[in-house]
Design a protein around this ligand. Structure first.
Ligand code: NAD
Ligand code: TYD
Length: 359
């Protein structure tokens, strides 16, 4: 039985990954989820699986050496799947330090603990151990409109404190692979969307605001391009890279699904109108008039676009959920989970929203 240490499993992608793994492997795996439960970590995301015998939650900060070492000492970890990070670009612009702390120092702490637990006296590692570092396409910087893609050998050129801190963490993993022969893979994925995403990010924020009849704040001219991937496809890519990826390699994950932000916002309004029952009062305010162009994000990256050729060829991964289907499923999920949304948007979220958007 493989024992996985998942970090940041109470966040958006981590929670989707844990659900995916139990759906796929049931009782044949064991998962330990280490998460500090920051504002972005929500135990409610995992309530359906929290009583499983083969699941353990540990509240731990990945920068806490003792806590992390204890997890390795008490469990025979085979695979680390490292999601834990500060992940929101806007927050990184107002408060960069916590990004350096968690994303860079936290990754170093985790790498050290894994190395101490796994490395044999002769400097080699037992067969089957792997550290999967989950990263982002944002480390490659910004592409011009309609031209070029990010490949695995595209030089790193991060432009926000978030992407710089993720680039720092990737480079540490690369350095461990080179220096110690540390068994790892890095995946650099494009923007994810789907259930359980915290509504500070574009898609859930727009769904939430539209349902409430609030303005839809589009940064700049709304023509920035992101390459969107349904979160379950990302979870499956990680699973496949763990099983089939060659050690020490990086794999870019994306599905050639580029969209301008304004297109996404209009699609959300259109689908909401189709999905809401005829007599639902919220239909009345669901028009493009809700769209409000606001001041642009500082240093706003223009375009991201992944070339997924390597993962397709070497690992056999392809996205399964096309955007038209994935966005509808996502919108329905937020509809059906109003209580989840109410919980995450109370308290701290309100304060964040007011200070970010000055309302
Ligand atoms: P998220 O912000 O939703 O979740 C992050 C999780 O990490 C939370 O549960 C939080 O409590 C936990 N965490 C934060 N700091 C911690 C610490 N010091 N110790 C332990 N736990 C801590 O993020 P997400 O969107 O799920 O992203 C997960 C990973 O995937 C990140 O590494 C991110 O860089 C990467 N990624 C995200 C996207 C995307 O579109 N969201 C795309 C590509 C890559
Ligand atoms: P976001 O979800 O924060 O992801 P990232 O910046 O990591 O790609 O933002 C996606 C795009 O949407 C990005 O170009 C910024 C834009 N955006 C808005 O226009 N308005 C908003 O309120 C937010 C949160 C994002």
């Amino acid at each position: 039985m493989t024992t996985f240490l998942v970090t940041g499993g109470a966040g958006f992608i981590g929670a989707n990954y844990i659900h995916y793994m139990f759906r796929t492997y049931g009782d044949d795996i064991r998962i330990i989820n280490a998460d500090a439960l920051t504002y972005a970590g929500n135990p409610e995301n995992l309530k359906e699986i929290e009583t499983r015998d083969n699941y353990t939650f540990v509240k731990a900060d990945i920068t806490d050496k003792e806590a992390v070492s204890r997890i390795f000492a008490e469990n025979d970890i085979d695979t680390v799947v490292h999601f834990a990070a500060e992940s929101h670009v806007d927050r990184s612009i107002t408060d960069p330090e916590v990004f350096v702390r968690t994303n860079v120092l936290g990754t170093a702490t985790l790498l050290n603990a894994a190395r101490a637990a796994w490395e044999k006296e002769d400097g080699t590692y037992p067969e089957g151990k792997k550290f999967l570092h989950v990263s982002t396409d944002e480390v490659y910087g910004s592409l011009p409109e309609g031209e070029g893609y990010f490949y695995e050998d595209t030089p790193y050129a991060p432009r926000s404190p978030y992407s710089a801190s993720k680039a720092g963490s990737d480079l540490l993993v690369r350095a461990y692979m080179e220096t110690y022969g540390f068994p790892a893979n890095i995946t650099n994925c494009s923007n994810n969307y789907g259930p359980y995403q915290f509504p500070e990010k574009l898609i859930p924020l727009m769904i939430h605001n539209a349902l409430e009849g609030k303005k839809l704040p589009v940064y700049g001219d709304g023509k920035n391009v992101r390459d969107w991937l349904y979160v379950e496809d990302h979870a499956r890519a990680i699973d496949m890279v763990i099983k089939k990826g060659r050690l020490f390699e990086t794999y870019n994950v994306g599905g050639h699904n580029e969209k301008q932000n304004i297109e996404i916002v209009k699609t959300i309004i259109d689908i909401l109108k189709e999905e809401l029952p005829e007599d639902d009062q919220r239909r009345a305010h669901l028009t493009y008039d809700l769209i409000t162009y606001v001041e642009d994000r500082k240093g706003h990256d223009r375009r991201y676009a992944i070339a997924p050729d390597k993962i397709r060829k070497e690992v056999g991964w392809e996205p399964e959920t096309m955007f038209a289907e994935g966005i509808r499923k996502t919108i329905r999920w937020y509809f059906e989970h109003e209580e989840w949304m109410a919980h995450v948007t109370s308290g701290a979220y309100q304060q964040y929203y007011e200070s970010m958007y000055h309302v």
